[in-house]
Design a protein around this ligand. Sequence first.
Ligand SMILES: [Zn+2]
Length: 129
Amino acid sequence: MTVDHELIRAAERVAAGCSRGDEHTVAAAARARDGRIVTAMNVHHFTGGPCAELAVIGAAAAQGAHRLDMIVAVGDGGRGVMSPCGRCRQVLLDYFPSILVIVDMGGVLRAEPVAELLPAAYIWSDHQA
Ligand SMILES: [Zn+2]
């Protein structure tokens, strides 16, 4: 799928302008179904503070954006696009099964379906009472 470069630039701007020490080091940007871009930063903490991808899901919900089509995370200090961790892949799959995730595949940016990033996945909704 086509990589949303405006989305990457939005995450880059937040990562460059809002990072703070060890507390906020990664920005995420998500494209909502209605076209708007929502951004957020990670909350690093020893208790398991959320990654930027999870923070952006909450920020989007607070703005009434409950359908996200694409997401990207960017590290501060010019680290570029970062792939989501396993926890974020699982949450993204369960919340937005058709979301595309921008990842760096050996120097090439690609928008991959989240299901492709989590083969043989546990599907949360399949195991609810
Ligand atoms: Zn994560």
